[in-house]
Design a protein around this ligand. Structure first.
Ligand SMILES: Nc1ncnc2c1ncn2[C@@H]1O[C@H](COP(=O)(O)OP(=O)(O)OP(=O)(O)O)[C@@H](O)[C@H]1O
Ligand SMILES: [Mg+2]
Length: 494
């Protein structure tokens, strides 16, 4: 199934997200689409999968121009897309999600659908229980579900929009094996990313986009510097951080433990000082999120004590933690951090300290305009949260942080960001740190953990299996711990 996009244009107001894009994807190949945040990758893929209609341009499939008025048209033509945030209906079970949106008769035969789901699941080495509620799935498993659903619906062109953000290294390896197998079977796979290594590992061809245009194409492999130059026009240099002397205790956890589930087995104690950066490693769902939620008062431990700045906070409400300048930035930017439909100005008003009943919208807009400029957010004060690209959503979240911060807790601070934006985010975080803010961040990116942490806590199966001095460890040691092996011993921790 050969696929050609010819001269695609798509604008949003003044933003030319796609400005005359032409790409050809050969049948049975893994085609990478690389580009900085806001380059227009998701927009192009949404055009190709029927979510957006292009202003102009053609989509040619097997020599015929096709019109896609909706995702249903696209999937009927064999084009399926896995979104940046997998569109899974959380309250429903795996099998209900699987059959949702499928043609009438198939939807009704639940038993047959369950059999087919199990078959597909086995074929690709996934482990999805049909009756599990979707909200219990990790991001990686939601993706697996979505891929199987698209295959079941007959996709022959599979689009994956940044599928590796938010999944574990293991899940990524499994995904890549699956994608390579699918390409062998004749599937055309379009893999959207801004991670050079991943595109280099997986793809046979790559198209590079910048600011709505194609700026380069290459058969892989090519030297990574060449791709970086295509993306940014120059090589990016990441600076080393300055040494910061640590101050008084900002956060102290004493033997905390939850009643059931993760973190219920072994108590955790940790003391974090002013200006300290603690990296949190671990397979997704190893207890990191529970841990971070306890640190910010969103979840109460069953046992143990929590103190912020020397003050006992045990049993206090999330709002009391906020008042103590403890702030948490979640990973699901659109689910938990930002509110769909609200503009940047409205977000700043909501996040602001001003609690008076009347909002001075004129002043609020002016402040928002300044922030948009200061944080170089690609958008305007009137842009809605969902209209921003991932990198720009993260910028808004950072811009919303209060001036005073004792402890900042983050999940995947640079997930989904290109090198330039990731570097920018850390510049902001390190500036905070110099002012004494303690930072705890969970990340799946081992290089990021090593580069920015003072100490690294590794979670495995609901407990801290290792605490490492970041300057004295390496990727291999962390990797082993993440997999449950304590250093110096052979066996896997039970
Ligand atoms: N629905 C929308 N309404 C308004 N503007 C939009 C909309 N969707 C995208 N844009 C704008 O179009 C541009 C391209 O965005 P797009 O999401 O396609 O980028 P991207 O390459 O996928 O970036 P990222 O790597 O951050 O996901 C951005 O400036 C974005 O703000
Ligand atoms: Mg995108």
């Amino acid at each position: 199934m050969s696929l050609e996009l010819r001269d695609i244009h798509k604008h949003f107001g003044p933003v030319r997200a796609n400005d005359g894009i032409s790409i050809t994807v050969e049948t049975g190949t893994l085609h990478g689409l690389l580009g900085e945040n806001g380059a227009g990758k998701s927009t192009l893929m949404k055009v190709l999968s029927g979510f957006h209609s292009a202003d102009s341009g053609e989509i040619i499939l097997d020599g015929k121009t096709i019109k896609l008025a909706s995702p249903v048209d696209a999937i009927a033509a064999g084009i399926g897309m896995l979104h940046q945030d997998p569109l899974v209906f959380l309250p429903f079970s795996v099998i209900d999600n699987f059959v949702l949106g499928s043609p009438g008769e198939r939807r009704l035969d639940r038993a047959a659908a369950t059999r087919e789901l199990n078959e597909l699941s086995e074929r690709y080495g996934f482990n999805l229980d049909p009756e599990t509620p979707a909200r219990l799935l990790t991001v990686g498993e939601r993706q697996q579900l979505e891929i199987l659903r698209l295959l079941w619906l007959g996709a022959r062109v599979l689009i994956l929009d940044e599928p590796t953000t938010g999944i574990s290294a293991d899940q990524r390896a499994k995904l890549f094996v699956t994608l390579k197998a699918l390409a062998k079977e004749g599937m055309s796979v379009i893999f959207v990313s801004h991670k050079l290594e991943e595109v280099a590992d997986l793809c046979e061809r790559v198209t590079v986009m910048t600011r709505g245009k194609v700026v380069g194409e290459a058969e892989l492999p090519v030297p990574p510097e060449q791709l970086v130059e295509m993306m940014f026009g120059q090589a990016i240099e990441i600076r080393d951080r300055d040494q910061v002397s640590l101050g008084s205790s900002h956060l102290a956890l004493d033997s905390i433990r939850t009643a059931t589930g993760l973190l219920s087995e072994e108590p955790i104690s940790l003391e974090v000082q002013a200006g300290e950066v603690i990296g949190i490693a671990g397979m997704e769902g190893s207890g990191q999120d529970t841990f971070l939620r306890i640190c910010c008062g969103m979840r109460a431990p069953k046992e143990g004590r929590v103190a912020v700045g020397g003050q006992d906070m045990t049993g206090k409400h999330y709002r009391d933690y906020l008042a103590a300048d403890v702030k948490y930035l979640p990973a699901g930017r659109l689910e938990e951090g930002l509110i769909e439909g609200l503009t940047i100005t409205e977000h700043f008003v909501l996040a602001g300290e001003d609690r008076s009943f009347f909002v001075d919208w004129g002043a609020a807009r002016k402040r928002a305009v300044e922030q948009v400029e200061h944080y170089t957010i690609k958008g305007t004060e009137a842009s809605t949260a969902e209209s921003l690209s991932g990198g720009n959503q993260q910028r808004v979240l950072l811009a919303m942080l209060p001036a005073e911060l004792t402890v900042l807790l983050m999940e995947h601070p640079t997930r989904g960001l290109d090198i330039e934006s990731a570097d920018w985010v850390w510049e902001q975080l390190l500036a905070r740190r110099e002012q004494g803010t303690s930072i705890l961040f969970a990340s799946a990116d081992l290089d990021e953990l090593l580069r920015y942490s003072d100490r690294i806590l590794v979670f495995f199966s609901g407990r801290v299996i290792g605490e490492l001095d970041a300057s004295a460890t390496n990727v291999d040691e962390i990797g082993l711990l993440i997999g449950g092996r304590r250093s110096g011993t052979e066996g896997v921790a039970s």
